[in-house]
Structures are given as C-alpha cells and as structure tokens.
Design a protein around this ligand. Structure first.
Ligand code: PMP
Length: 359
C-alpha cells in the first residue's frame, strides 16, 4: 500500500500528489506516442509543445512582461552564482547583500570572477535578520545588485524587492511562485527547481532583454545566457523530464487559483506555525519578525539534548525531514506550495504533544 507522509524537506521537496499521479499515469505511454516523455526527442513537435506550454504557464503565473526571456537551464542556482558575474560583471564591481549561507556562497563564487562589494551583512548576528536598507553601502555604477530573496537555511527573507540604482538580481530558489511578485522591478530572477517548481535538474532564469543585451559574448556557449535565449533553452539537450514535470506543477498552480490563492494559503500556514512557536516556551525561532521566511521555518528546542528524540518521534508520526541544516542544527520545517495547511496542523499537534511529554 502506498503511504505518503508529510514531507518538510528543504529541497528536493514535496511535489503535489495530483502531479505525481498524473505523471505516473503517463509514465509508460505519453500523449499516445507509444513512448514515455523521457524517451522523446527534445526537438520533436510534441515535446516542443509541452515545453512551450510550460514556459507560457510560468509567464502567466508570474505575470512576466514581454521584454523578458524565460530560460529553462541546468547547473542549479549554484551555476548562476558563477554565470551571473561572468556574463554581467565585466570589469565592474558587483554589489552583494550578505544575509545567509546562500548569499555567502554567491559572493564566494563571484569573488573569483570580479570585484565584489558586500553592501551590508548580518553575519555577526548569525543571519537572524536582513540589515536595514539605510545601512547599505552601494557602489556607484555597480554592474548589478545581487541578493537572496529567501535564505533557505537561516529562514530569513526580504519581502519587498530593494530599491537600487543598479540592475537588480535575485536568487529566488526557495520563494519563487509562493506569492505574486513584480517582475518588472528585476533585471534577473533565478531559481533552482527543486522546491516550488518540480524535480531537481532544472533552473529557471528570467532575464530582462535590455540587461541580457549587456551580457558577454566571449564565454563558452553553455555559459552565455544569450545563447540559451537564442535557442529557446535548447542550446543543448535540456532536462526534458524535469521541464515536463515543472509544466504540470505550473498547471496545478493555475488550476488552484494561481499565485494570489497560493499566497493566501502560504501566509496562513506560516502564521499558524510561527504563532505556535512564539507562544511556546519550549520551541523558539530566532529570526527578526519582519524578516521571517514564509517558506522555511527553523526552530530550536529548549534543550538540544532532545533533538534526536524529536526527530525520531516526528518521523514515526509521519512528519519527515524536520532536521535543520547541518551548518546550524536545530529543526527546520520547509513549507513550500505542495505542503498544505493539514501538514502544518499535524506538525503543530505533534509539537504540542512532544512538549507535554518532555517540557
Ligand atoms: N540558493 C538558494 C536560496 C538555495 O536554497 C539553494 C539550494 N538549496 C541554492 C541556491 C543552490 O541550489 P542548487 O543546489 O540547485 O545549485
């Protein structure tokens, strides 16, 4: 018997059950073709139709203006950490906001390629907040301004796009599609797929035409955003199965009311969980309230000696992957789009019982 449980993994993360079922029903024979979609050429008209429909659904969901390219690439968000400075920094300084482990990695990679100015950092306070914009030290005429909209490990977020004079670039890996955003504020948005989009192996890049026009044409083809744009993300064989499955996730989102609807659900989910944590003396979340993520909720137990017991018991209760990132310990509940309110309610119920027993 199939027994699916509540999965709080930070990524690869839960995928909507409806999507998995539909995928299963098409696995052996897709689209009356006598083949699985995995066995079909990416250049075939049938596959191109699926790929284009997925792109269009993403455009509709995010309301992406016409003057943006929407690319379906590989290499994860991590490759973008290098490709962004390679394509856009040339000999200019690039500005980076340092708010957590992922922005730190982005800075480390960019520093190998160009001059980096860290405009502000919350590292000394363990990334428990995002530095106030009044303290940011911008470079005049920077190549771009990069930030991580949602720090997956620390569970902090910048909920509004910052005001900058230089082109704005956001890593939205762990927050894309969780709520509506104003794409027109950005020169580039990128995200690994394995949280709110679909399976790992796919990376979405949304790039403004006018910014793309400034990209380097000297790099190896695979590293040039413009090559990928010119070839409709088929400069080489794309991750066809991941792209197909992402398309199903986009359809699922559209059918369920799009980003306005999912945002309401997500905000309620996060609110219920934070409220429970805040009213308890046994659990706590250290992130500044204004910067709390709606997707990744880290929390610690009053006594870390109980961590192993908590993880053991929660797993037995059907609540999976609550262990915090190895770099900071404690617990973390990642509550992406495919995790419903029922999962949050079950988690809170478990946490309450656990506290009663051990508190
Ligand atoms: N940025 C953020 C915000 C992430 O959460 C992650 C992965 N968890 C990455 C970058 C790296 O992504 P990938 O493993 O797809 O390269």
């Amino acid at each position: 018997r199939i027994m699916r449980k509540w999965n709080f993994s930070a990524g690869p993360a839960a995928i909507p059950e409806e999507v998995l079922k539909e995928t299963q029903s098409e696995l052996l024979e897709w689209n009356q073709s006598g083949m699985s979609v995995m066995e079909v050429s990416h250049r075939s008209p049938e596959y191109i139709e699926v790929a284009s429909a997925a792109r269009q659904d993403l455009i509709d969901l995010l309301d992406i203006p016409d003057n943006y390219q929407v690319l379906f690439l590989q290499g994860g968000a991590t490759l973008q950490f290098s490709m962004i400075p390679m394509n856009f920094a040339a000999d200019k300084t690039a500005d980076y906001l340092l708010t957590g482990s992922w922005s730190k990695k982005a800075i480390a990679e960019a520093s190998k390629i160009t001059k980096v100015n860290t405009v502000a950092s919350s590292e000394t306070s363990n990334f428990q907040n995002v530095p106030d914009a009044s303290q940011w030290n911008h470079t005049k005429d920077a190549a771009y301004f990069h930030y991580v909209a949602n720090e997956t490990i620390q569970g902090n977020a910048l909920h509004q796009p910052p005001e900058t004079k230089s082109p704005l670039i956001a890593d939205m890996s762990s927050v894309i599609l969780s709520e509506p955003i104003d794409v027109s504020k950005f020169s580039m948005i990128y995200a690994g797929a394995q949280k709110n989009i679909g399976p790992a192996g796919l990376t979405i890049c949304i790039i403004k035409d006018e910014f793309l026009a400034t990209a380097s044409n000297e790099l190896p083809g695979m590293l040039q955003y413009s090559k990928h744009a010119e070839s409709d993300s088929m400069f080489n064989t794309p991750p066809t199965f991941a792209w197909y499955l992402a398309g199903k996730v986009f359809s699922w989102l559209k059918t369920n009311g799009g980003l306005e609807a999912i945002a309401k659900i997500n905000h309620t989910k996060a609110k219920t969980l934070y409220q429970f944590i805040d009213t308890s003396d046994f659990y706590s979340n250290p992130v500044a309230v204004a910067n709390r993520s709606i997707m990744n909720v880290p929390f610690i137990l009053k006594d870390s000696n109980l961590d192993a017991q908590f993880l053991h018991d929660s797993k037995n209760a059907g609540l999976l992957n609550l262990k915090g990132h190895r770099s900071i310990g404690g617990m973390r509940a990642s509550i992406y789009n495919a995790t419903p309110q029922d999962a949050i309610d079950a988690l809170i119920e478990f946490m309450r019982e656990f506290e009663k027993k051990h508190g």
